[in-house]
Write a protein that binds this ligand. Structure first.
Ligand code: NAD
Ligand code: ZN
Ligand code: ZN
Length: 344
């Protein structure tokens, strides 16, 4: 089969032919119908050899939807041809965090060498993929695989970030979304679907700000050194009760801290290497700063329920498997509006 692989440190991903995988005991084989392209892959492909944690070559793709093609020995409860979304942050399944469904915070994954598909295990950018356990699959019924696949990360990650802050997102509150790309443009929709808060979106190009307005942002502000000031003006000097940073770079975390209200949540989702100092008097009183990772199994089911209810509409650009390297180039250049999706 064809697969998109990262093969050599520093090199671009390549489309190659690899043996067709076969499901072992307990595993499920999916025929991939759609695979999402995430900016995290670009970060992963920039890591130097001495810090690269996964074996190479690595088949990319940690957002996957497919149809059940074959069941390994002992697997039941799924039928061939059924359309399913893959829960990506695989855990051990038995530690206390996994027992809560929070496999994204598994206590033993690292020790046991368990890696998500596309981030250590063979991923979804291929004609077929292996899923290690049927518990990682959520049936999607008649949802469109192409518009649904980004929800497994670009939907689930912001959902998880927003959910912890829901008590602060009361009517009259303001939520700021920094970076309105793949994750950010879904975050805006989730905020609108789940809360009555005012949403202020920040990005660096007019095209991205247009998308932010289209998907429901009340205000769209250019992300520059004056952005925090502008947010203060828009909130009568108070600042935002929740700031979600989907860039996470030094200038954006500075904006996030400067835009935060007293008793607010600043959530850094982007892995841009920025850090926000916390200490008495450094940030407004009782501001919490957190850096969450992906989301839980039950949260993926909740996000897909929102999709069934028509509350989220992911903007997608589609590419063939052969065009996947081009999709990464365009994402790297900031040219994707919404999410790029590969159709194997
Ligand atoms: P993306 O490229 O689709 O979106 C990023 C957006 O940020 C783009 O619209 C870009 O124009 C904008 N941007 C760039 N610089 C900016 C600035 N200074 N101010 C405001 N906006 C700016 O990327 P994505 O796939 O949505 O991923 C977003 C980030 O989240 C990445 O860092 C990714 O690695 C990370 N991520 C984290 C998790 C997690 O679990 N924590 C999960 C998925 C992705
Ligand atoms: Zn991702
Ligand atoms: Zn676990």
């Amino acid at each position: 089969m064809k697969a998109v692989q990262y093969r050599e440190i520093g090199a671009a991903p390549e489309v190659v032919t690899v043996p067709d995988p076969e499901p072992g005991p307990g595993q499920v084989l999916l025929k991939v119908t759609a695979a999402g392209v995430c900016h995290s892959d670009i970060a992963v492909m920039s890591w130097p050899a001495d810090q690269f944690p996964y074996p190479l070559p690595l088949t990319l793709g940690h957002e996957g939807v497919g149809t059940v093609a074959a069941l390994g020995a002992g697997v039941s409860g799924l039928t061939t041809g059924q359309s399913v979304a893959v829960y990506g942050p695989w855990g051990c399944g038995t530690c206390v965090k996994c027992a809560e469904g929070k496999e994204n915070y598994c206590l033993r994954a690292q020790e046991l060498g368990i890696n998500p598909p596309g981030l250590g295990s063979p991923g979804a950018m291929a004609e077929y993929m292996i899923v290690d356990d049927p518990r990682h699959l959520v049936p999607i019924g008649d949802l469109d695989p192409v518009r649904t696949v980004p929800l497994t990360d670009a939907g689930l990650t912001p959902y998880h970030a927003i959910k912890r802050s829901l008590p602060k997102l009361v009517p009259g509150a303001t939520a700021v979304v920094i970076g309105t790309g793949g994750l950010g443009h879904v975050a805006i929709q989730l905020l609108r679907a789940l809360t009555a808060a005012r949403v202020i979106a920040l990005d660096v190009t007019e095209e991205k700000l247009d998308l932010a307005r289209t998907v429901g942002a009340h205000e769209a502000v250019l992300s520059d050194e004056h952005a925090a000031e502008r947010i203060r003006e828009l909130t009568g000097g108070v600042g935002a009760q929740v700031v979600l940073d989907f860039v996470g770079a030094t200038p954006t975390v500075a904006t996030a801290g400067a835009a935060a209200a007293i008793d607010s949540d600043v959530t850094i989702v982007g892995i841009g290497g920025g850090a926000l100092p916390v200490g008495f008097g450094v940030l407004p009183f009782n501001t919490t700063v957190s850096a969450p990772y992906w989301g839980s199994r039950s949260e993926l089911a909740e996000v897909l329920d929102l999709a069934h209810a028509g509350a989220v509409d992911v903007h997608v650009e589609t590419y063939t498997l052969d065009e996947a390297p081009l999709a990464y180039e365009r994402l790297h250049a900031g040219k994707i509006n919404g999410r790029a999706v590969i159709l194997p």
